[in-house]
Design a protein around this ligand. Structure first.
Ligand SMILES: N[C@@H](CCC(=O)N[C@@H](CS)C(=O)NCC(=O)O)C(=O)O
Length: 232
């Protein structure tokens, strides 16, 4: 969003789970990333950051001023922040718990302030905690995978009618595309997403996303996605 506005910034990455404590120590009011220090103020959450950036530099707008368009974009924004983001995270953490080897690839290019190898020494407890926090149980992951086709269709439909996927990305694009792109780092999911408008949007907005997870999910759980790809 900062790049869309042409605002220069410095990026710091935090290890998952550990990020909560670091944000506290830094004096942020909440415990989630993204978190931004802007002119000495501390702003947290994709939505809040977008609205603050719009106040600071109105063009290009992230949250549409037109009320009808804003309502549609905000509905898609909410969907991205909850309906889509939570299952994608659960699936990813389930996969990383099963096989920790791909974890290093997700840290590529991270600006952690400590060597990646050292950070990865904490991987065991972090994966265990993240699996718990994101409710990455078998049952939840299975349900999440079954829900994905309908969510992908919803995103394609929003692209079709121009709620998202326009030339200038809005707040909903920025909530939805990164979760899709994260999902596409899993070989198990990528084929079902990439050919669709949703997948193409994710690749356009987030061309480089670190991480690659080879197939690890039980084939039976992927059946709902496989039949979807075949039908498409
Ligand atoms: N899409 C969300 C992301 C916020 C979020 O849930 N961030 C996660 C990492 S992706 C986090 O910091 N989780 C720590 C926690 O909730 O304990 C936003 O709009 O800001």
């Amino acid at each position: 969003m900062l790049e869309a506005k042409g605002i220069p910034y410095k990026r710091t990455d935090l290890m998952p789970v550990v990020s909560k404590g670091v944000l506290r120590v830094l004096g942020f009011p909440g415990i989630t990333v993204p978190a931004l220090k802007l002119d000495g103020r501390k702003i947290q959450g994709t939505g809040e950051i977008a609205r603050e950036l719009d106040r600071l530099r109105p063009e290009p707008e992230l949250v549409p001023a037109d009320p009808e368009r804003r309502a549609a974009v905000e509905e898609a924004e909410r969907f991205g922040d909850t309906d889509l983001q939570e299952p994608v995270r659960a699936i990813l953490w389930w996969a990383l718990r099963k096989d920790k080897a791909p974890l290093r690839s997700y840290s590529e290019g991270a600006k952690l302030g400590i060597p990646i190898g050292l950070a990865l020494k904490t991987a065991g407890p972090i994966v265990a905690a993240a699996t718990r926090l994101n409710e990455a149980t078998d049952e939840n992951v299975r349900r999440s995978l079954a829900a994905l086709p309908a969510m992908l269709q919803k995103i394609d439909d929003w692209i079709e009618v121009g709620v998202i996927g326009g030339e200038q990305p809005n707040i909903a694009d920025f909530q939805i595309a990164p979760s899709l792109r994260l999902a596409m780092t899993l070989d198990d999911l990528r084929p079902a997403i990439e050919p669709r408008p949703a997948g193409q949007l994710a690749l356009r907005l987030v061309p480089d996303y670190p991480g690659h997870c080879p197939p690890v999910l039980p084939p039976a759980w992927l059946q709902p996605l496989r039949s979807e790809t075949a039908a498409a």
